[in-house]
Write a protein that binds this ligand. Structure first.
Ligand code: TYD
Ligand code: MG
Length: 461
């Protein structure tokens, strides 16, 4: 006889308790505990597995490395984000907002994997097979080894995996599938945890590469538990500006490679197209006659430098306290930069509104953008322009000094490649300047020096 019991599970972090609580004691969120009924007579797969796998500890010197086999997804940008391709027997999570293009990129991946002679099973738990077919027509997917299965029942999916024996399994999405062994509804923490457990088992024991789609909540977290992120080998976020056509893949966790890699795509009528030189994309709208307050900075996205434009607008405020608005850079970072400008450069902003915007809807979270932001604000406040062929890199310290940044040579090379004539960088002792022939390198130590170094002399008023 099945013995049904209930427990309360936090839908945010997976915390479990026997009685209802208003606030989760683990993650501190309110109203996230939901009652879930489970069958106490059947142990979960995780428990069974733990009992079965009786592996003994061994010395680190005696462990042999099994070669991880990687294969290409056929999409270069995707491969780079994954650290060189999909690893056999690993489990990858792709998370993103609805409509961002997760199903599209996975169908395209399925297509190119199958072109290389592999067998793939695309489980579409949200769309019918004919909907997938319609999309595949747009994407030009034709394949003899790509199976599409519209199913939400996990037990049925498992049977098909045994039958078809795919090398790559795509689950779109984990929130829509459910296992019969758990009575709670699809998308709940228990369901997600159980299904992911089974998927991990499939990946490791059958050596199948599993790619899982996960939805993102309004706050930008993967819907359901954090546990999902902990369980999988690789977590990739698919981001983009809702109003622009480009999309970015960003790696957050990777057991088989580096993180922070970014892949850039353009969403067109016939699917996602790779963009191998994103700097050109982000700068192509920049006009030749630059206005005060516009600068180009070289930021680092993973191992790749990216040139982007930052704009600032400074104007007298009609309010008792001036407004500071930042789009794409951290608000507190902006306040700090403004404070340094006031104190160390003598720029009076106490009666001025300041707006800073990173063009292209990008989020920059590295301090190397500091100097660019400071110069955008300064040039706008003083109504002068930074010459259009100048790139700016540097972190600002509280005493107004310019601090070193990483990967400086890569940033300079990218600026040189895109035809910029001058780059302003922090003073650096180990930079080989003779490597860069077509770009003038200006090293600055103080914030105040950098202003005179970058301003267009003829245009200054
Ligand atoms: P989709 O992959 O369904 O998103 P997700 O699975 O992340 O929810 O992408 C849907 C959006 O992409 C939809 O708004 C239409 C657009 N799209 C294109 O612009 N071109 C295409 O070729 C395809 C297939 C979709
Ligand atoms: Mg989808």
């Amino acid at each position: 006889m099945a013995k049904l019991k209930s427990k309360w599970v936090c839908q945010n972090c997976g915390y479990e308790t026997a009685k209802y609580l208003g606030k989760c004691p683990d993650c501190g969120q309110w109203n996230t505990l939901v009652e879930e009924v489970f069958d106490s007579s059947s142990e979960s797969l995780a428990v069974k597995k733990a009992v079965m796998n009786d592996i003994k500890p061994c010395l680190i010197n005696e462990i042999e490395i099994d070669n991880t086999i990687r294969f290409s997804t056929g999409i270069e940008e995707f491969d780079r984000v994954l650290g060189g391709g999909l690893v056999q027997g690993s489990i990858v999570l792709i998370a993103g907002d609805p409509g961002i293009g997760k199903s599209t990129i996975l169908l395209q991946t399925g297509k190119s994997i199958c072109q290389n002679g592999r067998k793939a099973l695309y489980v579409s738990a949200e769309e019918s097979a004919s909907q997938v077919k319609l999309r595949s027509k747009r994407l030009g997917v034709q394949s003899d080894s790509l199976y599409v299965y519209s199913q939400t029942n996990f037990e049925a999916i498992k049977r098909q995996i045994d039958e078809i024996k795919p090398e790559v399994l795509i689950i779109d999405s984990i929130q829509a599938v459910y296992s019969e062994t758990i009575t709670s509804s699809p998308g709940s923490v228990s369901q997600i945890r159980e299904c992911t457990n089974i998927l991990m088992d499939i990946a490791k024991n059958k050596n199948i590469t599993v790619v899982v789609v996960g939805h993102v909540t309004k706050e930008g977290n993967i819907a359901g538990p954090k546990v999902l992120e902990h369980m999988v080998d690789t977590v990739i976020y698919f981001e983009g500006d809702r109003y622009k056509s480009y999309r970015m893949l960003r790696c957050m966790k990777n057991r088989f490679g580096t993180t922070n890699e970014v892949g850039v795509f353009n969403m067109c009528d016939d699917g996602l197209h790779e963009i191998s030189n994103p700097s050109e994309l982000f700068l192509h709208e920049r006009t030749k006659n630059v206005t005060p307050g516009s600068v180009v900075i070289a930021t680092n996205e993973g191992t790749r430098p990216l040139l982007i434009e930052i704009q600032a607008l400074v104007g007298t405020t009609p309010y008792p306290s001036p407004r500071r608005v930042s789009n794409g850079i951290d608000y507190n970072r902006l306040l700090q930069i403004l404070a340094v400008l006031e104190k160390r450069v003598g720029l009076n902003l106490s009666k001025q509104d300041v707006y800073v915007n990173v063009i292209g809807g990008l989020e920059i979270d590295e301090p190397a953008a500091d100097l660019g932001v400071a110069l955008a604000v300064t040039t706008c406040a003083r109504d002068v322009v930074v010459s259009p062929d100048t790139v700016i890199v540097g972190e600002i310290g509280l005493s107004g000094e310019i601090r070193a940044v990483n990967n400086l040579d890569k940033r300079i090379k990218e600026a040189e490649k895109l035809g910029f004539k001058k780059i302003i960088i922090p003073k650096s002792s180990n930079l080989k300047k003779e490597d860069f022939k077509n770009i003038q390198i200006v090293e600055v130590e103080k914030l105040i020096d950098s202003i005179s170094a970058c301003v267009y002399k003829e245009d200054s008023k």
